[in-house]
Design a protein around this ligand. Sequence first.
Ligand SMILES: *Cc1c(COP(=O)(O)O)cnc(C)c1O
Length: 449
Amino acid sequence: MSIKEYAKKMIESDPVFKDISDLKETLWVNDKYLPFELTDAVCQLVVTDADIADAEARLQRFAPYIRKCFPETEPAEGLIESPLSDIPKMQKTLEETYGASIPGRLLLKRDSDLAIAGSVKARGGIYEVLKHAEDLALEAGFITEDDNYERFADDDMKEFFSHYTVQVGSTGNLGLSIGIMSAFLGFKVRVHMSADARQWKKDMLRSKGVEVIEYDDDYSAAVLEGRRQSDLDPSSYFVDDENSLPLFLGYAVAASRLKKQFEERSITVDADHPLIVYIPCGVGGAPGGLCYGLKRIYKDNVHVFFCEPTLFPSVLIGMASGKYNEANVSDFGISGMSAADGLACASPSGLVTRLDSNLVSGDFTVRDAVLYDYMRMLMDTEDIFIEPSSCAAFNGPLGLLSFEAGKAYLSAHGLDADKLANATQICWATGGRLVPEDIREEYVNTHLD
Ligand SMILES: *Cc1c(COP(=O)(O)O)cnc(C)c1O
């Protein structure tokens, strides 16, 4: 069955897919979700626990360098990590405003405040650039793995990297993280930006010496052209958001860091204390890596839901149809520009839709207008700013107990009222810190229907 035939069949037979094609908010529950035990062996053919541990060790090796170059990372001794905050006032206001029930403890994982890139991309994006730099430096004999990596700040290293180019296609935040980190190390950098990308992100990159190439086209087109140009140049490295394993690993490391934060705060995750996580999703790289890492640690006790704009439910469609990266939202008759610029991807990552296809619990779709409402609510109640794309996560805790599909999921997994009262629910805030003051002001004053 072609993807268009699949779309037609699903829209006719399943109300969830009818809602998707009508751009209505919905919850798709993943019918391919499996108990962890059944996924373990196959998943580890691609990404093992040792791979994730290796990525974690690499970030540890770079910590002295990061600490030296980015003083904001001093408190975490050179690790790029974000706070985990209780948001009880937001929880209460969400419940009251929308007449919903949000059981358990609601937390915000604030990757919106991550050092250097101010978004979740500071995990995967910076990791991949550091790994590439390390690979080149090891091969050229500049360092060994046992050296102090402060060495990467030396002038001769920067001169060495200036002979190499890093390129990436991006809707904005990945470009920021790759651009800032690569330029800092000394690389030449070209960022290929889609039409959805915000002007201030392009301006900020150019101010750091990054070459920004603008496209009047969507994200997939920017990636395609960036990849093509990079492939023509042997000294160029392309960070491939649609397929990258290093990006995936950089995101996956977040899980063991979160585990430490839970331990410090005596938060229990087990069969009687479920963990439910909601992550805004674009091409799928960041939420896919985070989900994978969390499943490796918490197995069946963690339930991960992605959150996508009603205009770009690309990962949902790619997973549901089993067509992975070949799926495109246009197959469901969907087109348009989303205010959730960080999530505006019409086709999903082939790597993530395959690797996570039995791990993700489901996917909430979110209308642009509510993103601004949630953003204002979080500022008013908790005095925390995150960018609109990030706010997609709040449809999760609001929708889980209100959509029929959510209730069915909960009962199928034995998540009764007692267990939910013990639950830890996390909205993953994926971006915000670098948003300039005037743009924040603009967001605060944006009201959409
Ligand atoms: C990139 C991004 C995401 C999602 O990441 P993908 O890898 O594209 O799925 C979510 N929120 C924000 C703010 C982002 O920049």
